[in-house]
Design a protein around this ligand. Structure first.
Ligand SMILES: [Zn+2]
Length: 123
C-alpha cells in the first residue's frame, strides 16, 4: 500500500484496483453522476421564502402580507438519527441525506400548519 504522502499516481491506481471500486459498472457510475447533477426537486409547498430578521431566527411571513409571521429556529439543534431497516448497512452519507430530507419535510409541515391555522383565524 502506498503511503498517503507518496506517489499520487500509485494511490489512484490502488484506489481503482480495489475490488469494491473495480466492481462498479460504468453505467452505475454514470447514473449516480446524473442523479447528483439533477437532484429531485423539493416538494411543492405553500411555504414562502424565509427571512432572517435576527441571528438564529428564520421568519415566514403570511403569503398575503397581512403582517403575521411564524418563526422557526435557524438551527433546531441536534436531532436523533433516524435509521430505518432498509438503511441498515447503507453508507453514512446517504443516511444523513435522508435524515436532512426528513427534517426539511418536518419543517415545511410545521410552517404549512402554522400558515393554515393563521388563515383559519386571520383571513
Ligand atoms: Zn395573513
Amino acid at each position: 500500500m502506498t503511503a498517503p504522502d507518496g506517489d499520487l499516481d500509485a494511490l489512484i491506481r490502488e484506489h481503482f484496483a480495489r475490488p469494491d471500486v473495480a466492481a462498479r459498472d460504468v453505467a452505475d457510475m454514470l447514473t449516480a453522476r446524473r442523479a447528483a447533477e439533477h437532484p429531485e426537486p423539493l416538494p411543492a409547498t405553500a411555504v414562502p421564502a424565509p427571512q432572517f430578521p435576527a441571528y438564529g431566527v428564520t421568519r415566514y411571513h403570511c403569503p398575503r402580507r397581512c403582517g403575521w409571521w411564524h418563526d422557526e429556529p435557524t438551527d433546531p439543534g441536534p436531532s436523533p438519527l433516524i435509521v430505518s431497516v432498509d438503511q441498515a448497512g447503507a453508507d453514512v452519507g446517504a443516511m444523513l441525506s435522508l435524515n436532512a430530507e426528513a427534517q426539511l419535510l418536518a419543517l415545511l409541515e410545521r410552517v404549512e400548519r402554522a400558515i393554515g391555522e393563521h388563515y383559519l383565524t386571520g383571513h
